[in-house]
Write a protein that binds this ligand. Structure first.
Ligand code: GLY
Ligand code: MN
Ligand code: MN
Length: 442
């Protein structure tokens, strides 16, 4: 049955609307060039509440005494379906996706004034899409125009994301199963790239290995633009050109995850292009790995979100002191932020339908406490750009290690599995090279 968990989520949301109406449109199609579109990606909130894959659709949820869930979607159009593929049409969509009512998308603007009349609140993602803000404003205007007929426009316009972000922060069993699947595929993609890596390859060749594994195993594709950064490019955090050659004595950093059923995985691995870590590379790598282990240990229910960042940071800063990058005590360096040239980002984020997923990190002044069902990344790094005061043997070494963690009642379940330790990575790379050698001699 396709309705749960979506219908359950709709019911949970409706129960929180009070005497209000929520309007949740999906994303528009985007033109890539002239009349060619980007592959379609639905809006994450809309998907969370429907599982309905088509563009030109919106959900209207009505709270209060007579709660109901309406879907507005494209009508059947056999001629157009020859070109663009199957469309459910309202009748089949209502049935398949468990809505109380479904109507043609073109009817929405006509029906909206009636749906919102005499309600206290409109819930909407305010300011997210100017066209929708305008439509809702117009519907309110249309209701006001009928005031002499006894119609009242809602007096309250509230941001729906407050309610939905709280729901999305804790993943249900359906979501966790999909996210584990996405993590398995992404882990396989990283392992494939390690096996395939050879000195002199271009970064995009490793990107191709990941993309192949993602699609071969049925993922929708990349969850975000992948980073394949050889050598010092790893020190550019959002490097996505992926077009340089890989030097045999360098490291390569790959930050790539796939999307499955709308859900992201997000993994970073850093490994030696030639298959064996050099001494300095290994020193830096082991510091980041230890920072990640400290962060993993700090992921447990009740801990404030920032605790695992703080745990990783202490280990990274001690490492920076040991490497000669900064002077002073761990506490002093953290206080003065002298570590920031080498570690300038935080240690992770929520993960879900969006790679940087919905959900607040702070509740007032306090960091949100972790709770079972939350999913986050743990991704410490060290980025040593060449500079006059930087020990020469460290120049251009950039390392990040990123895994995905489900908060459980006992702590954290690290559910991404690509090789992580120096020994595991070197072993997998050796296997890859040996296999290639054997094939060559067959
Ligand atoms: N890949 C995006 C991130 O790691 O946050
Ligand atoms: Mn991440
Ligand atoms: Mn990442």
């Amino acid at each position: 049955m396709k309705h749960p968990p979506y219908s359950i989520r709709r019911q949970q949301l409706i129960a929180r609307l009070g005497d209000g109406v929520a309007i949740v449109p999906t994303a528009p199609e985007r033109v890539r060039n002239r009349d060619s579109h980007h592959p379609y990606r639905f809006d994450s909130y809309f998907w969370y509440l429907s599982g309905f894959p088509e563009p030109e659709a919106a959900i209207v949820l009505v709270g209060g005494d007579a709660p109901r869930a309406l879907l507005f979607c494209r009508e059947k159009n056999e001629k157009q379906e020859v070109w663009d593929g199957f469309r459910y049409g309202p009748a089949a969509a209502r049935e398949a996706f468990g809505f109380d009512e479904a109507h043609p998308f073109a009817e929405l603007e006509k029906m909206l004034p009636e749906l919102i009349a005499n309600r206290r609140t409109i819930w909407h993602s305010l300011g997210h899409d100017a066209a929708w803000d305008t439509k809702i404003g117009a519907a309110m205007g249309a209701v006001r125009a009928q005031s002499r007929a006894g119609k009242r426009a809602p007096g309250e316009l509230r941001d729906l994301r407050g309610l939905l972000d709280r729901m999305r922060l804790t993943k249900d069993a359906h979501e966790i199963a999909i996210m584990r699947h996405a993590a398995d595929i992404a882990s396989a993609g990283h392992t494939r790239a390690m096996r395939a890596c050879r000195p002199g390859m271009a970064e995009y060749e490793l990107e191709a290995e990941l993309g192949y594994e993602f699609r071969k195993r049925g993922a929708d594709g990349h969850a975000y633009s992948p980073i394949v950064a050889g050598g010092a490019h790893a020190c550019i955090l959002h490097y996505i050109e992926n077009d340089k050659l890989l030097a045999g004595n360098a490291l390569v950093l790959i930050d790539a995850g796939c999307e499955v059923g709308g859900y992201a995985s997000d993994i970073t691995r850093t490994f030696p292009v030639g298959g064996r870590f050099g001494a300095a590379q290994k020193d830096v790598y082991e510091i980041v790995l230890a920072a990640q282990a400290a962060a993993f240990a700090a992921v447990r229910p009740g801990a404030p979100f920032a605790a695992y960042h703080d745990a990783a940071l202490r280990v990274l800063v001690q490492g920076m002191i040991d490497l000669g990058l900064v002077d002073g005590s761990v506490g002093g360096v953290i206080e003065s932020e002298a570590y920031k040239p080498w570690y300038m980002h935080r240690t992770g984020h929520w993960l879900g339908l969006d790679v940087h997923d919905a959900g607040e990190y702070k509740d007032g002044e306090d960091w949100v406490p972790l709770a079972p069902g939350m999913v986050l990344t743990v991704e410490p790094g060290l980025y040593i750009r060449p500079g006059p005061d930087v020990p020469r043997h460290l120049h251009g070494i950039g390392v990040r290690i990123e895994d995905d963690v489900l908060v459980t009642p006992d702590g954290g379940d690290v559910y991404t599995t690509a090789p992580r330790s120096v020994a595991e990575i070197e072993e997998v790379m050796r296997e890859g090279a040996t296999r290639e050698e054997a094939i060559r001699h067959e």
